[in-house]
Design a protein around this ligand. Structure first.
Ligand SMILES: *Cc1c(COP(=O)(O)O)cnc(C)c1O
Ligand SMILES: [Zn+2]
Length: 421
């Protein structure tokens, strides 16, 4: 932890010591999210790109000098991080851009990017000697905390809205978490979890509250840079609910700049569903996200459905400080992007993952991305997380299976019909 210089409030810049036992700035309550600050000079003095090249650990822990955990703290055994990033030439040529890379976070142990944050949460909870760790979630952060906790026998209590997709709830129950299905939305689950954590003294993993979640999520951004030999892409597309992932991607860029490993940051684009567009509204109007009232969110992309993005300050800075933007896409555009992404790259994403690709399409149409741009689409979660939405998406795309009797004759007739359609 000697690489960490302190934790700084995103509102007032007040700095707390690296071993601060609280979560937020005492002057700003739950809005006073802390940002972990590092001594880049010290880190760069003892850790180089060549050291990384030699490191055969492909998990997120390869970036440990840039993580807020003790150097000797044990880490969970599940393989978190090291997800592949594919050069999707068909998508690039369809869109008329120089290159499209798709990073597949569906390959994480619990099938979403959230494993990167929950892995840190479990390390910190065990370091603090916490008996129980808790989170509220639209589903994926919960599944991640649940699975990673299971891998080390850590007790945990999970709060999810009762509308969460069945696959995500099944994961929680299979992993053996104590599960509270909340009669309400994510915002209600969050508030209840916050009350319960304070009441019972549980370790609190909540997104946009626990300052260390950004530090886990940023490893996706570090991997993007390392995969490209520290030649940053021109733009990165990230779907946004609470805004913690996009803040993490931005943090990766700031870390790499701080170490002198890159000399410019990519433009970061935040993509939101039209029915959950708090950040887009604020980006367009210039309204202060600290005082802007919550909205009433509703979208097919459950993972990015948020009335009040909890990490909105970091999230806004990710776009404004990199020359990016916030872009709104409709549920129809999200569902249409799901098979397009799958067919053009082989990556099957849940709606919130496909939303990033829908955002790229919208950005091309708006002229925000041009023919020379090399872009990354961060596909944040697996399509298997929400099969009901995937079936909606393929139906809307007009894709139907053939129905055949088990004879070659019947197949030939069906194939003929298929071709004539
Ligand atoms: C959580 C999540 C997001 C959004 O991340 P935030 O940090 O809430 O903005 C996007 N996609 C998937 C699949 C997620 O699970
Ligand atoms: Zn403060």
């Amino acid at each position: 932890m000697r690489n960490v210089t302190g934790l700084t409030c995103v509102i007032c810049d007040k700095t707390y010591p690296a071993d601060y036992a609280g979560y937020v700035c005492t002057d700003h309550g739950n809005e006073g999210i802390l940002d972990v600050r590092y001594n880049y000079e010290r880190i760069a003095g003892s850790w180089t790109k060549a050291d990384l090249d030699r490191n055969r650990n492909r998990t997120m822990w390869r970036y440990r000098p840039l993580m807020p955990v003790r150097p000797d703290a044990p880490v969970p055994p599940l393989t978190v991080g090291g997800t592949p990033m594919y050069d999707a030439a068909p998508l690039a040529s369809d869109l008329g851009v120089a290159r499209v890379w798709v990073k597949d976070e569906g390959r994480q142990p619990t099938a979403s990017l959230k494993d990167r944050a929950s892995a840190i949460a479990v390390v910190k909870a065990r370091d603090a000697g916490a008996e129980v760790v808790t989170t509220a979630s639209t589903g994926n952060a919960a599944a991640a905390l649940s699975g990673i906790s299971a891998s080390v026998g850590q007790r945990n209590v999970i709060f999810v809205p009762k509308s969460a997709p069945e696959a995500k709830i099944a994961q929680l129950l299979a992993y053996g978490s104590t599960v509270a299905l909340v009669n309400g939305n994510y915002n209600d689950a969050f508030e209840l979890c916050m009350l319960a954590a304070a009441e019972y003294g549980w370790y609190n993993r909540n997104t946009g509250y626990n300052p260390f979640m950004t530090e886990g999520k940023k490893t996706a951004g570090l991997e993007i840079l390392e995969d490209l030999s520290w030649n940053p892409p021109d733009a990165i597309f990230v779907s946004v609910g609470d805004g913690s992932i996009i803040g993490g991607v931005h943090k990766a860029m700031k870390d790499a700049l701080g170490l002198g490993w890159i000399d410019r940051a990519p433009r970061i684009y935040g993509i939101q569903a039209a029915g959950s567009d708090y950040m887009v509204q604020a980006f367009e109007s210039g309204e202060d996200v600290l005082t802007k009232a919550p909205i009433s969110a509703d979208t097919v992309a459950d993972s990015i459905s948020a009335d009040l993005p909890r990490d909105r300050i970091k999230a806004m800075r990710a776009a404004t400080e990199t020359g990016g933007a916030y872009i709104r896409v409709s549920d129809d555009e999200i569902l249409a992007a799901q098979p397009l992404l799958a067919r053009g790259s082989g990556v099957f994403a849940e709606p919130a993952g496909a939303a990033a690709h829908a955002g790229l399409i919208a950005a091309v149409n708006k002229g925000l991305v041009t023919a020379t741009d090399e872009v990354v689409v961060l596909s944040t979660g697996s399509g298997l997380k929400d099969v009901a939405s995937a079936m909606k998406a393929v139906t809307a795309a007009g894709t139907k299976p053939m129905h055949v009797d088990p004879t070659l004759e019947a197949l030939k007739t069906a194939m003929q019909k298929g071709n004539n359609e």
